[in-house]
Design a protein around this ligand. Structure first.
Ligand code: TYM
Length: 322
């Protein structure tokens, strides 16, 4: 039996953080044997915010390195950049033509930007449709993401259904999100969802001094060491348990561990966890020819994968005459 298809992507908008890793990338790596795994760099999506040539190129390269540093194996997973499949943008156009404006106005990301009084660009508005094209063009069965992307997967499903209905076909499969409940929303150092836009992230590859200064900023209350506490209520523990889910740690947070000791242990646990990642990343970073070769070949393979499907799409829409 052929394997089910797992597909996902990350935007090259800056350094990866712990939320990106645990919410999404960990699943890409953990499931790369079980699923046919297709992982891309969402560079077209990044242009909604990154409009600087050199910066974008650098960040695309960095994500390619980071994927492999996190354990994605190019022998197992197909790794490429979104812009290497122009058909994704073509498909997004067909989808645009069957999508209504009020439907896209209900997207959380757009509504949030509107609520903040931002004048959003068309790319932000149309973001869910480009994402639907990413997913549907590759016939994905499951899409591992954090909870903030759940609505986008619903948009992809709706769009598949609508295209199939409008053009009277069964071309598109309905994808499902894969969300690990305990990692669906990784908290940042202020307790809100970890996010670059909140300035509360712990970068995945941060070195000792940075990790230390970030952990020191995590708020704690004034309860004494021997007062009984509920660890689940503490931001410090909510972050710590992601790195160390042991009962022993839980019990020590409940009683007996001072906040100072807890922070020291968290710094140690984060650095021990990220050490092999940082090592692999440093090795890969200087190996530019190899990294670019992986991306280029991945792009060629990913593009070849979609050709037959796009012929069916063009035929279903009516633009294919020969
Ligand atoms: P991006 O680059 O914003 O985030 C990458 C992944 O990290 C997850 N994530 C989190 N998970 C748990 N807790 C957090 N605090 C946290 N912060 C980020 C995100 O949910 C995401 O899974 N739209 C996507 C990129 C994309 C895509 C796609 C994904 C484009 N096309 C098709 C899947 C399929 C995005 O903005 O990811």
């Amino acid at each position: 039996m052929s394997k089910k298809i797992l597909l996902s992507g990350v935007k090259p908008t800056g350094l990866l953080h712990v939320g990106n890793y645990f919410g999404a990338i960990k699943q890409f790596v953990d499931f790369q044997d079980e699923y046919e795994t297709i992982i891309f760099i969402a560079d077209l999506h990044a242009i909604t915010t990154v409009q600087d040539k050199d910066l974008l190129s650098k960040q695309i390269y960095d994500i390619a390195v980071d994927y492999m540093a996190c354990g994605l194996d190019p022998e197992k997973a197909l790794i490429f950049k979104q812009s290497d499949i122009p058909e994704v943008s073509e498909l997004a156009w067909y989808f645009n033509c069957i999508t209504t404006v009020p439907y896209l106005e209900r997207a959380h990301a757009y509504k949030d930007a509107e609520a903040k009084g931002r004048e959003v660009n068309m790319g932000v508005f149309d973001y869910p449709i480009l994402m639907a094209a990413d997913i549907l063009i590759q016939d994905a069965d499951v899409v591992p993401v954090g909870k903030d992307q759940k609505q986008h997967i619903e948009y992809a499903r709706d769009t598949a259904e609508k295209f199939n209905r409008v053009f009277n076909t069964d071309i598109f499969k309905l994808p499902k999100e894969m969300i690990v409940e305990s990692l669906a929303v990784v908290p940042g150092i202020d307790g809100q969802k970890m996010s670059k836009s909140y300035g509360n992230v712990i970068p995945l590859f941060a070195e000792h001094d940075e990790v230390k200064s970030l952990v020191m900023r995590i708020p704690t209350d004034s309860k004494g060491v021997d007062e009984e506490k509920n660890p689940e209520d503490m931001v410090l523990y909510q972050i710590h348990k992601i790195f160390n889910g042991s009962e022993e740690l839980f019990n020590s947070y409940k009683k007996g561990l001072s906040y100072k000791e807890a922070k020291e242990k968290l710094i140690e646990d984060i650095l021990a966890f990220s050490e092999p990642f940082r090592k692999r990343r440093a090795e890969l970073h200087g190996n530019r020819d190899y990294v670019l070769d992986v991306l280029k070949k991945g792009g060629e393979r990913a593009k070849a994968r979609v050709e037959a499907k796009m012929e069916k799409v063009r035929n279903a829409v009516g633009v294919k005459l020969y």
